[in-house]
Design a protein around this ligand. Structure first.
Ligand code: OTU
Length: 989
């Protein structure tokens, strides 16, 4: 019995071993190949070779250094070390050949191949191909793997590929590998030329071709099956047990590009010099090898003019008629897909240069840190630097790569980063939530955002109010900007005068640090804004610019010429049209200033690398203060370019990515959140593990409000079905309302897919008129913001304000239910939920802002009221107040969310039913599944599982809110604005 099992085991193993694709390597000896070697390497890697053994035949090691950057290339420089390896080869033992080591590259090649065989065998390769660096292995397939696999199956020990010689069709070839498409077919069989009569006639007539037809070596190159390999047989063949296969005019083949530009031709023969007529006692030119080689040697030694004449006469075929005949007679073939076979040579080249730069900079920094006695710190820092620097260089080169001092710029950035790293106190290093990975996807993480002054006056005050947040279940806090701002208008703190000073009204840096500590102790994570698009107009940089300081004028976008302004604004849709155009004239400065939001918020000029560096310095400073996450404010705006919309430019993504990488260099655990309140297509561009890994989800907010107004969830379902997936490791930030306005950022394309006759004008008109509600026909009490957006507190927008005013009890209940309905979605649909503080108790609009000059023009202040703790406490002490009902409803939802892992992450599937009033989606985890139902209308509706049958919902479910069992075989009635959270565990599935 035992035996049988063993047998079977062996069988399975052999079977799978035979089935795996072979590992294939190349060996090549190179010299003077600087211009072509990258292509040679990248091409072969891209068609499936796993590794390349390169032996440099010169002592100059610039090529060696360069190609050594490829992970899949092994380089052996010529020199002592190689000589040691040669000594154990058969070729070396052959006396006659040993004497020629210095004179004959072919001997060195042979030995190199022998060395490579040993290495490749050891490294577990299956096949080794020997070709030269002026050759390409060509196959019609996209990969070579299948070919070598087949050979292995057939027990082939070695294979000789015929070669085809490149024919340049004009003199000006720049890149032989990509420009030459004409190749001589190979008619050399069994050591004889095998032309037919027509072909022979043509060859004999043509002055270009002597009777040998090939100018160089007609024999081709070989590969060896390393299982059978025994050694080398001459320069290009292998000794191997197992069958040898010979190919002719069959693919794969070797494309040979000897002297395919005049320059390469000259270089080659200059290097070869005055080589002997003989090779191992026999004449070089004879039956097989053309006299071209010897003639070329002589003509190049003569003078350049004769060389040029010779090259044009013998190599270039520039007569169209001649080319046609070559093709007609099947003497040549066109091969055009070589460039396509490459992944992307440009990118590869860039990679190499950037990897070299990264290495150099790291060495520089290391030396410096050693000099300064920081070697310990450096060795801790280095790991992260090694992994991130290439990406940092890559992404910054997209934006600043053409700057003359780009290398120095990068060096300064990492120098400064290292400085921050060294200065950040070990205490704070531990203060970040590094231990808790992926907290943004954790179902137990609940966020809230607030203005410190409006919530509790000061940072010190906030420490005392943490318990209130905790009582709701909140454990993540996002604070609106807390930094120094101008007196008077400051856009709620979004005009920043100093990124390193806390607004004196809120407290001091020490207060902030104390708060951070308190939050950590209580298990909170903290996020802060990083307002990177603009500074306040009284930031020290702006003040310097105002005095005419040229250096700082370059920090902003200042324009003297109106024409220039108009050119920039040609395609720009103003962001805050109520406060003027995006670029406005400043009398006192006598110039135009780009200020997207308000005249006192000056947009930074990121085309100036100094701006990037200075802002990074600020960001890294804050990161060292123990902030867990940064909300990148208004990022779609950070790059301006004439002719563009000056929004969502690819450079915005690159700059954001660079900020993230460089901050993670010193604080790998820091999280970045993109605040891009734009269409989902654009939002997606910012989200990736290397950019911001968390993103505001404005589509969800807009959709919720739209569905509520129109009593129709279909557009929402359709849009969310299309725009909810994120790259792995990324997360949404889901919210109902925030300190800003409601911005109707849908994907118009998706809406058109949903309904080809979608009437956008009517759609947006309806939304505005519903929430603005000028004729009091809807329940909402919103305010218009920037002409087409809506401000208003959640409670006032869902009708609570109106209902209370009308003392309409039923309407009050409905409003409460609407608030809970909206929150029931953001707390279950996925992503980190962010509550807007005030919403948890149904805070109404506050119109007092209209009395303040600096606020009255910005309707968002209507939903940024100062918290009245006394009043709110009173309300919460009454069990029947709306505040209590909302607070306890949300609290219940939070507790239910925290109770099940099914709410982690964001993956979900919207479910479609026939009923526009019903919104539903499902989620899955290893052990459970969840379904959500919500009725977005004021009338009852049914959940009829026949209508959503494809989802197989039958059976027993557990209602997480009411804590009851529920069978979905019955028809279930959903009351107005009612929702259900239903879960089923493994056993019940
Ligand atoms: C953000 O919002 C902030 O959240 C606002 O409070 C600031 O006023 C503003 O930046 C300037 O700092 O337009 O109405 O997607 O749409 O970032 C809110 C980009 C906003 C902008 C968004 C901006």
């Amino acid at each position: 019995m035992d035996r049988q099992i063993n047998n079977q085991d062996t069988k399975i193993r052999t079977h799978s071993a035979n089935n795996k694709l072979p590992k294939v390597a190349i060996v090549s000896t190179v010299a003077d190949c600087e211009k072509t070697i990258d292509f040679f390497i990248q091409y072969h890697l891209s068609i499936g070779f796993d590794h390349i053994f390169l032996f440099c035949d010169t002592t100059d090691d610039s090529v060696a250094k360069r190609v050594g950057q490829y992970k899949q290339v092994f380089v052996q420089r010529n020199g002592q070390e190689l000589y040691q390896k040669w000594r154990i080869t058969d070729t070396y033992r052959n006396f006659q050949k040993r004497a020629l080591i210095d004179k004959e590259v072919m001997v060195r090649q042979e030995m190199n191949v022998e060395v490579a065989i040993q290495m490749a065998r050891k490294a577990g390769f299956d096949w080794l191909l020997h070709i030269d660096s002026d050759e390409l292995f060509y196959t019609q397939e996209s990969s070579i793997k299948r070919h070598f696999y087949d050979l292995g199956q057939r027990g082939i020990g070695s294979i000789v590929y015929s070669n085809m010689e490149a024919i340049p069709e004009h003199f000006d070839i720049q890149h032989p590998f990509t420009e030459i498409t004409l190749f001589k077919k190979n008619y050399f069989r069994q050591n004889l030329w095998a032309f037919n009569a027509g072909q022979r006639e043509f060859i004999n007539k043509s002055p270009r071709f002597d009777d040998k037809y090939f100018l160089f070596y007609q024999n081709g190159k070989s590969a060896v099956n390393l299982r059978y390999a025994r050694g080398v047989d001459g320069v290009h063949y292998f000794l191997a047990a197992g069958k040898r296969e010979q190919r002719s005019n069959k693919f794969p083949t070797v494309l040979h590009f000897p002297c395919s530009t005049f320059e390469l031709f000259l270089e080659k023969y200059r290097r070869l010099g005055n080589f002997a007529d003989e090779w191992l006692g026999k004449p070089r030119t004879g039956k097989f090898v053309s006299g071209f080689h010897l003639e070329a040697r002589d003509v190049v030694n003569e003078d350049q003019v004769s060389a040029l004449e010779f090259y044009n006469r013998r190599v270039v075929v520039n007569q169209a008629s001649e080319v046609e005949q070559l093709l007609d007679l099947a003497l040549a073939v066109r091969i055009t897909d070589i460039p396509e076979k490459l992944c992307s040579i440009e990118l590869h080249n860039q990679d190499i240069n950037q990897a070299l730069l990264a290495k150099e900079l790291i060495t520089l920094l290391r030396d410096q840190s050693y000099r300064e006695g920081l070697s310990r710190e450096f060795s801790n820092f280095k790991n992260n630097l090694d992994t991130r620097l290439p990406a940092i260089i890559q992404v910054l080169s997209q934006v600043y790569g053409s700057a003359e001092d780009f290398d120095e710029f990068i060096f300064k950035l990492i120098q400064k980063s290292f400085c921050h790293y060294c200065n950040s106190s070990p205490k704070m290093k531990g203060a970040n939530s590094s231990s808790e990975n992926n907290w943004t996807s954790d179902h137990q993480r609940i966020g809230a955002c607030l203005y410190v002054d409006r919530f509790c006056d000061t940072l010190a005050g906030l420490e005392k109010r943490v318990d209130y947040l905790k009582s709701l279940g909140v454990n993540h806090l996002y604070l609106m900007p807390i930094f120094k701002t101008p007196n008077g208008s400051n856009d709620g703190g979004f005009a920043i005068s100093s990124y390193r000073e806390i607004s004196p009204e809120l407290g001091s840096m020490d207060d902030f640090r104390s708060l951070v500590r308190r939050l950590k102790e209580t298990g909170f994570t903290l996020s802060l804004d990083f307002v990177l698009n603009h500074t306040a107009s009284d930031h020290e940089w702006a003040l310097a610019a105002k005095t005419g300081d040229e250096h700082y004028r370059e920090f902003y976008h200042l324009f003297d010429e109106q024409r220039e302004v108009e050119e920039y604004l040609a395609n720009v849709q103003d962001t805050f049209p109520e406060s003027g155009r995006d670029i406005i004239f400043h009398e006192e400065l006598d110039c135009w200033v780009w200020s997207t939001f308000h005249h006192y918020q000056w947009d930074l000029n990121y085309s100036n690398p100094e701006v990037f560096a200075a802002m990074l310095d600020n960001l890294q400073f804050l990161a060292c203060e123990g902030v867990d996450a940064f909300r990148f404010d208004a990022i779609p705006h950070i790059w301006k370019e004439k002719g563009s919309s000056c929004k969502n430019h690819p450079h915005c993504h690159a700059i954001v990515e660079a900020f993230c990488h460089l901050t993670k260099l010193i604080k790998p655990e820091v999280v970045f959140i993109s605040e891009a309140i734009v269409a989902p297509e654009e939002v997606m561009e910012f989200v990736s593990p290397s950019r911001t890994s968390v993103a505001y989800r404005p589509l969800l907010a807009a959709s919720l409000w739209q569905a509520l107004a129109m009593r129709d969830t279909r557009a929402m379902s359709y849009s969310l079905a299309r725009w909810s997936d994120l790259p792995s490791g990324c997360e949404w930030l889901s919210y109902v309302n925030c300190h800003d306005d409601l911005h109707w950022v849908f994907s118009n394309r998706t809406l058109l897919e949903f309904d080809p006759n979608f009437d956008f004008l009517e759609f947006y008109r309806q939304l505005l008129s519903f929430y603005r509600n000028p004729d009091n026909s809807s329940f909402a009490r919103g305010k218009i913001f920037q002409k087409e957006r809506i401000s208003g507190s959640t409670a006032s927008l869902v009708g609570l304000e109106k209902a209370l005013e009308n003392k309409d009890r039923e309407a009050v209940e409905k409003s409460i239910n609407r608030i809970l309905l909206l929150h029931s979605v953001i707390l279950s649909i996925g992503g980190l939920p962010l509550l807007y503080i005030g919403d948890e108790i149904g805070t109404l609009n506050d119109y007092s802002y209209l009395q303040y000059d600096e606020l009255k023009d910005d309707s968002r202040w209507v939903h940024r009221p100062k918290k009245n703790w006394f009043r709110d406490r009173m309300q919460l002490s009454s069990p029947y107040s709306p505040a209590t009902k909302i607070f306890s409803g949300i609290k219940k939802l939070i507790a239910a969310r925290k109770s099940s892992q099914i709410f982690s992450g964001h993956s979900m599937r919207t479910m479609f039913s026939e009923r526009p009033e019903l919104f539903s989606f499902c989620r899955r985890s290893d052990r459970s599944r969840f379904i959500y139902f919500g009725n977005f209308t004021p009338s009852p509706t049914k959940i009829n599982i026949q209508e959503i049958e494809t989802y197989n919902l039958k059976g027993e479910w557990f209602d997480m809110i009411w804590q009851t069992e529920l069978s979905l075989s019955d028809q279930i009635i959903l009351q107005p604005y009612e929702y259900k959270w239903l879960i089923q565990h493994d056993g019940d599935l």
